[in-house]
Ligand binder design. Structure first.
Ligand code: TTP
Ligand code: MG
Length: 560
């Protein structure tokens, strides 16, 4: 099954909602500690404030920006409550909870619309980006509400810009009503607030989301969007990341141009002269298609579709951005910690989605590489199968060892990181992707419970959508190594985690505890009796997936 795409309507008459949860990590942390509701709170990772609640933002008057050192923030606002955010588990779970609730609401609404018009339920593609952003294409649903005559033609929330297109205006009015109702539902269900942007493209919806924060929504009418975009920094455009920015700056310096690229207008000034500009930018970026996409974005043209990505993440990774890593001993130690984290997450993922990864990526960055790291993909060692599919504890040390061996050989072969060589790494990461069903491994005792089987089945339909779409870009060379260079500043942030969880007993450990005390081996031998929290979290996630997922699975089957 491929990712469902809608091409019936021109891209200029779509209705897309972008959601972004408010101060996400802080909201999740405060939800678990209601007494902190009115206190200024920051979430801390490696001595940096990765986010803060809006009380802190207003009290510290802009001094507690994201990524501010905690010491600095505390100087400005001594009453700050600092919460350690190094364990990403609660944020990951909350993110799944939100997206599951969104899907359930959309499915209900689509069923109601279908019942009224006696047609097929309209499809709303729902794409999660990172932990706290979701795009939804509500075009079909809004149209069907208009046809059913139940939708009021009124904007909900703020309106920015203008349009002379009456059909689009009506569509966005209904989309803003849907967005408002869905936000109300999510706030009631999850106690997390969120902002929404509504427009005819992902780009404009995403820009609108940030216009009125927190807990509010904005419709962006597109007629004069090109003029508005010109005044923005190009970094405000999704797709214009550090890598693109750095390459253009290097090129301008090299070519004696001193204009800089402060605004989108500057980029158009340099490359906006038709085919020549596209070719020039294509040479700089190493890809003409990407150049065309960037220039289109600068002009407010964005035809990218909302791809229904399912709930399961496309890739899972663990990374360590370190000040300096210069010895093989340190590389090995850091790899074991990251791989243990990865294995721990793959184990929970296997329980939830009945799947296993087929590709292992090893990413690294040397001092002086700026924000750009290099990533190599190789086939995942097969030992991971027993960890993900049959959940065998005793397979964990073997899998960690085997992944470490593979990662070390990638580092040696492609980055020259080996004994006797001088190097200085500032990032080491391992990731898993290219997931496939674990069906063929059911014989290993994977699923015995009937409900687990059906949830696994429903999930497998989603992962099937992804596979055949070809969105997994592991183009492997005959040696099994892909050569793409990856930006490491993507919105799917895998923020460095100070601690690691034991994949067996799930207790929190420091990297040293894991290595020096050989915790995993000890835990295996003493068949650790600590409560398996990962089993608890899987249970909770299943509960929040609820019967609706199963219902929609069955109703889809009945329609076929
Ligand atoms: P954002 O959506 O950028 O920020 P936010 O949700 O905290 O605040 P806002 O109300 O402005 O949307 O990022 C989502 C989460 O990602 C954020 O809560 C913390 C985390 N994060 C990092 O880990 N590293 C970062 O550099 C940033 C910016 C965020
Ligand atoms: Mg947010």
């Amino acid at each position: 099954m491929s990712i469902r795409r809608k091409r019936q309507r021109p891209v200029t008459s779509r209705a897309i909602i972008a959601f972004d949860l408010d101060c996400f990590y802080a909201s999740v942390a405060i939800r678990a500690r209601p007494h902190l509701k009115d206190k200024p709170v920051v979430i801390v990772q490696k001595h940096l404030c990765v986010t803060s609640n809006y009380v802190a933002r207003s009290r510290a008057k802009g001094a507690v920006q994201k990524m501010t050192p905690v010491s600095h923030a505390l100087q400005k606002c001594p009453e700050l409550v600092c919460i350690d955010g190094s364990d990403l588990t609660p944020f990951r779970e909350a993110s799944l909870e939100v997206v599951t609730a969104i899907r359930a609401w959309l499915a209900d609404r689509a069923r109601e619309a279908a019942a009224m018009s006696n047609t097929k339920p309209p499809f709303c593609a729902c794409q999660r980006l990172g932990f706290d952003e979701v795009f939804i294409d509500v075009t079909e649903l809004a149209l069907s509400e208009i046809e059913n005559g139940g939708a009021p033609f009124l904007f909900r929330g703020h309106v920015f810009g203008r349009t002379d297109d009456d059909e689009l205006r009506r569509l966005l009015m209904v989309a803003s009503q849907l967005s408002h109702q869905l936000r109300e539902y999510l706030i009631a269900k999850t106690q997390l607030t969120l902002c929404a942007g509504i427009s005819h493209s992902k780009q404009l919806a995403k820009l609108a989301v940030n216009m009125n924060k927190p807990n509010d929504q904005t419709v962006f009418l597109p007629d004069q969007s090109a003029e508005y975009l010109k005044t923005l920094s190009p970094r405000a455009l999704q797709g214009f990341g550090h890598g693109t920015h750095d390459k253009i700056i290097t090129w301008t310096k090299h070519n004696g141009k001193h204009e800089g690229i402060e605004t989108v207008a500057d980029v158009l000034q340099l490359f906006g002269d038709g085919q020549d500009g596209i070719r020039r930018l294509g040479t700089i970026l190493g890809n003409e298609q990407h150049a065309l996409h960037i220039l289109n974005l600068c002009r407010g043209v964005d035809h990218t579709e909302v791809l229904d990505s399912g709930d399961a993440p496309k890739s899972i990774s663990a990374e360590d951005s370190c000040r300096s890593c210069t010895t093989m001993e340190d590389v090995s130690r850091r790899l074991v910690v990251q791989i243990t984290r990865l294995v721990s997450r793959l184990r929970s993922d296997g329980q939830l989605f009945s799947r296993r990864p087929r590709a292992l990526s090893v990413s690294y960055r040397f001092r002086g590489d700026g924000f750009v790291g290099t990533s190599r993909s190789v086939p995942m060692p097969t030992e991971i199968v027993s960890v993900c599919c049959s959940q065998q504890n005793k397979a964990i040390p073997k899998a960690i060892e085997s992944i470490k061996k593979t990662a070390l050989s990638v580092l040696k072969e492609h980055a020259g990181v080996q004994e006797g060589r001088t190097f200085d790494l500032t990032l080491l990461a391992v990731g898993a992707s290219n997931f496939s069903d674990s069906d063929s491994f059911k014989g290993n005792g994977l699923t015995t419970d009937i409900s687990e089987f059906f949830i696994g089945k429903a999930k497998r339909i989603d992962s099937g959508k992804k596979k055949s779409s070809g969105t997994l870009h592991h183009s492997q060379t005959p040696t099994g190594v892909s050569n793409h260079v990856q930006r490491t500043d993507s919105k799917e942030r895998s923020t460095p985690e100070a601690e690691v969880r034991c994949p067996i007993c799930n207790s929190k450990l420091s990297g040293d505890n894991l290595m020096q005390n050989n915790h995993i081996d000890k835990c295996l031998k003493s068949s650790c009796t600590k409560r398996d929290k990962s089993a608890g979290s899987v249970k909770r996630a299943r509960k929040s997936l609820g019967t609706r997922t199963l219902d929609s699975y069955f109703s889809k089957r009945l329609q076929r």
